[in-house]
Design a protein around this ligand. Structure first.
Ligand SMILES: CC(C)(COP(=O)(O)OP(=O)(O)OC[C@H]1O[C@@H](n2cnc3c(N)ncnc32)[C@H](O)[C@@H]1OP(=O)(O)O)[C@@H](O)C(=O)NCCC(=O)NCCS
Length: 256
């Protein structure tokens, strides 16, 4: 029986529910063009809808060029490949990737696909964990992605990745997942003495509201103003009643 030499990512899978399946999670590039084509042609219409927000029967040539063009820096992609008993690579079972929003920037857009037959067995989690690790090492600080509201598997996976959801106007959920910077190797003491002042933290991807939708202060502030409005209305009505009772003419601005 073939036992694959554990690479970084295979070692992770040893703890997962997939350990009996021989597979390898490794960087994906030009050589995976055909596997990508096959994987997305095999995908069910439902999985395709959840991935692309529209049913897509196959990737176009342009999309295949892009998806197979990861460079490990701006665009990081990993593939989960099934292995035969001799350790030879067979078909792809899933892909995960992230693409920086700006060249060299700290934020990247994340996406993931697992073949229907392999879903629900831990492969999505293993791919996401491996990608997060690779992204951290490449200096990416935040992953963001949009998820359809009925995509329960991806919502659970996003939570597991530490994602914070924000509800968008069109009903989709946007997740931001912060990545802790990879620990820097310990420098020799002489390098520490000569070290320049550390660079400042990069700005967040979304400089606007980044709070989860359920804690959006907009709703709280609105409720607060509504409360004040009601209290003022009550006070005005009480004052008007008193003036009437005393027989004092009521100023126009007090009239409710
Ligand atoms: C989303 C996707 C990548 C998850 O891959 P996977 O291999 O099924 O993921 P896992 O087996 O690691 O499961 C991840 C979580 O989803 C849950 N899950 C899996 N399938 C599920 C389903 N059909 N319904 C509800 N939850 C499901 C698992 O229980 C697990 O939750 P847990 O962490 O609380 O145990 C996969 O379903 C997929 O490719 N879907 C179609 C494409 C897509 O939606 N891509 C994301 C677009 S942003």
């Amino acid at each position: 029986m073939y036992t694959p030499t554990p690479t970084e990512h295979e070692a992770q899978l040893a703890d997962s529910r997939l350990s009996p399946l021989h597979l390898r999670i490794r960087p994906s590039g030009r050589t995976d063009r055909e596997r990508l084509d096959q994987c997305f042609r095999t995908l069910s219409p439902e999985s395709s809808r959840l991935r692309f927000f529209a049913t897509k029967r196959a990737l176009s040539d342009k999309e295949l060029d892009f998806f197979s063009g990861a460079d490990g820096g701006e665009h990081i992609a990993l593939a989960a490949i099934r292995l035969d008993d001799q350790g030879q690579e067979l078909e792809a079972l899933g892909f995960v990737r992230c693409v920086r929003l700006a060249p060299g920037g700290p934020c990247a857009e994340f996406s993931i696909t697992v073949l229907d037959a392999q879903q629900g067995q831990g492969l999505g989690t293993a791919l996401a964990e491996a990608l997060m690790q690779a992204a951290q090492v490449a200096g990416i600080r935040q992953l963001c992605f949009e998820v359809l509201a009925d995509n329960m598997a991806m919502r659970k996976l996003a939570r597991r990745m530490g994602g914070t959801p924000r509800r968008m106007e069109d009903g989709t959920l946007e997740f931001d997942c912060a990545l802790t910077p990879a620990p820097a190797p310990t420098p020799p003491p002489e390098a520490v003495a000569a070290a320049p002042t550390p660079a400042s933290t990069p700005p967040p991807c979304n400089p606007g509201w980044v709070l989860p939708w359920f804690a959006d202060p907009h709703d709280l502030v609105e409720a607060w103003f509504h409360g004040i409005d009601q209290t003022l209305g009550l006070a005005q009505r009480a004052q008007t009643g008193l003036l009437r009772w005393w027989g004092i003419p009521i100023p126009v601005e007090y009239t409710p």
